[in-house]
Design a protein around this ligand. Structure first.
Ligand SMILES: [Zn+2]
Length: 279
């Protein structure tokens, strides 16, 4: 896919499952269960879709999935599958892993950022050593001191290695990585979630991260229980939907196992999905 000067290649960096009730917050199972039937443990199927983005002399990977080295307990809870082949995935997409210039981390929850490191003896080593890893300041500070509600989403050793290996590049607020590659910042899900808006007048792609994990999350009230500030998340979604419909953005979903991308269209006072591309 081409958006402006940037070539965008989505890749699925593993599969997992999270509790369907947690994924849909106050929406009752009688509504979401029809759209996305859960397994016998009430988990809904999810992917960790990452993006390879090439242009202007740079090769960027946006998020890295959950990576390798999970405990048996976590494997059972999250049903991780194929999360430990990131380099192979990059190669299969026609990109030499050594040519990656930037690791863009939307935020540091394990299903987005734990794949930055892999087991190395008793410790960890970076999957992309020496490459700058971009994180928002408020997310970094939160990740070092998470609250009791979201502590389980942060894998401390795989976060601190970014600092000890001196690859951390901190940003404070919205910024641009290059011409037509903007990072928008959201605080409803977690402080400082940065999501890429990439392209130009011919078309733009918005990577939905945990703002719209599935296409089912397009209606603003459909927010996750994981969101620390759900009302903020709803307001952020409403603002983005206005722009997405007006400027005909492509939405690319990080966690939707059924739908890779769609467009947003106005439907009276609401918004609807169109041009769904299967995942
Ligand atoms: Zn998250």
């Amino acid at each position: 896919m081409k958006f402006g000067d940037w070539k965008v290649t989505p890749c699925v960096a593993g599969r997992f499952g999270l509790d369907g009730g947690a994924m849909f917050g106050v929406v009752p199972r009688t509504m979401w269960g029809r759209l996305l039937p859960p397994d016998e443990l009430n988990r809904v199927p999810m992917v960790m879709r990452v993006l390879l983005i090439e242009g202007h002399g740079r090769t960027i990977i946006v998020d890295v999935g959950a990576g390798a080295g999970h405990s048996e307990k976590h494997r059972q809870i999250y049903a991780f599958e194929d999360t430990d082949h990131l380099r192979d995935l990059v190669r299969a997409a026609g990109v030499d892993p050594a040519s990656i210039t930037d690791v863009m981390l939307t935020h540091l929850h394990f299903d987005h950022g734990a794949g930055t490191a892999e087991p190395d003896g008793d410790g960890w080593r970076l999957v992309f050593p020496g490459v700058r890893h971009h994180v928002q300041k408020s997310q970094w500070e939160h990740a070092l001191h998470p609250n009791v509600r979201d502590r389980a989403s942060y894998y401390d050793e795989r976060i601190r290695i970014l600092e000890s290996e001196r690859v951390l590049e901190i940003h404070d607020g919205p910024w641009s990585l290059g011409p037509g590659f903007d990072l928008l910042v959201f605080d409803g899900h977690t402080p400082g979630q940065q999501l890429p808006l990439v392209g130009g007048p011919g078309g733009k792609m918005f990577f939905c991260g945990d703002l719209f994990p599935f296409h089912h999350h397009v209606p603003p009230p459909w927010v996750m229980s994981y969101d620390l500030f759900p009302v903020t998340a709803m307001e952020e979604k409403a603002r983005i939907l206005e722009r997405a419909a007006a400027e005909e953005w492509v939405f690319l979903f990080e966690h939707d196992a059924q739908v890779e991308s769609c467009r947003i269209v106005r439907d009276g006072k609401k918004f609807a999905v169109a041009e769904l591309v299967p995942g």
